[in-house]
Ligand binder design. Structure first.
Ligand SMILES: Nc1ncnc2c1ncn2[C@@H]1O[C@H](COP(=O)(O)OP(=O)(O)OP(=O)(O)O)[C@@H](O)[C@H]1O
Length: 303
């Protein structure tokens, strides 16, 4: 069963269409990464899932329930980390978590939750004195209260140092292993690539891609990227590369020519042969397509 089912969802603010006819579903127990550039509509979608914003049209179901009619139930069963999490400056980190435990009628150990995100040392300090990253860590601990069936994390990596980011990653995996569904938005592509079972990429409120990172790579037919360092890019080189059947894309940046081609030894050899024949080629790097490439391809190239 789907934990989240979004059908033809649209949200307009005056002339701005923040989300446009969006449909997607997230399976129970899945780690789902929601990607998109600034202003793509990620937060607006999340806000509609939790009934903080009303859709212009379309519907969202969470745990099979209508997000608007059953919002209280849904929020009770979910752990939320949303933009603009309100901090009470006079309360300590532990008191924030204790308050959430009380509100949710849960029986967690606040110290254990704070330890999971590396907050033990500062648990007794007032949140007013916390750094941005400490506030974010505290908000993550609060989201975990009550072992929620669904974690909705809007940009959870914001402000976290590499250690915090690693803890977050481990934590997301552990929560999914326990059976929780995790839906998180992020700009940190490596974070998403490391943990997400599937991702969706949003651009101008529209879904431009959905699937596993591997699926998206295959869709793009960009198994391998070869970067050619040349001394002066010539039309002969570009034409030669573009006529190869195994080449899907050729991009130029200064003296580097980036070639996306089939992931076969023969394809790589043919690309390097063309480059060698131009006489100005002096080095190359081969790398597998990463999520960064997929993201750029689905967003920048289509704008
Ligand atoms: N309350 C609002 N009133 C008017 N426009 C809004 C409102 N909320 C969002 N928008 C607009 O809707 C679009 C989508 O915004 P949203 O915050 O959902 O994007 P996002 O993908 O979360 O961006 P970011 O990564 O920058 O947080 C933007 O053009 C934004 O300006």
């Amino acid at each position: 069963m789907s934990a989240i089912k979004i059908n033809n969802l649209t949200k307009r603010y005056g002339d701005v269409t923040a989300v446009s006819n969006l449909s997607l579903s997230v399976g129970s127990g899945e780690i789902f990464g929601f990607l998109g550039p600034n202003g793509a509509g990620k937060s607006t979608t999340i806000n509609m899932m939790l009934d903080f914003t009303t859709p212009t049209s379309g519907s969202v179901h969470v745990f099979g329930h209508d997000a608007h009619r059953r919002s209280t139930d849904i929020r009770r069963r979910a752990g939320l980390l949303l933009e603009g999490y309100g901090v009470y400056p006079r309360l300590t980190g532990r008191e924030h978590v204790e308050h959430a435990i009380e509100t949710k009628n849960a029986d967690d150990d606040p110290d254990e939750l704070l330890a999971r995100i590396g907050m033990t040392d500062v648990a007794d300090r007032r949140a007013g004195s916390y750094s941005k990253g400490m506030c974010q860590r505290m908000a993550i601990a609060v989201a975990l209260v009550g072992s929620p069936e669904l974690l909705v994390l809007d940009e959870p990596s914001t402000g976290l140092d590499p250690n915090g980011a690693r803890r977050l990653r481990d934590l997301v995996i552990a929560e999914a292993e326990r059976g929780a569904t995790v839906f998180f938005s992020s700009h940190i592509l490596e974070q998403v690539e490391a943990v997400a079972d599937r991702i969706a990429i949003l651009l101008d409120g529209k879904l431009t891609a959905t699937g596993s990172v591997a699926d998206l790579r295959t869709n793009l037919e960009r198994g391998t990227t070869i970067e050619l360092d040349v001394m002066g890019v010539t039309d002969g080189l570009l034409d030669g590369l573009r006529t190869l059947g195994c080449v899907h894309d050729v991009a130029v940046h200064n003296d580097t020519v980036t070639v996306a081609c089939d992931n076969t030894g023969e394809a790589k050899l043919r690309v390097l042969n063309v480059a060698a024949n131009t006489g100005t080629f002096h080095d190359f790097t081969v790398r597998e397509t990463g999520l960064g490439d997929v993201f750029s391809r689905y967003t920048e190239d289509r704008q």
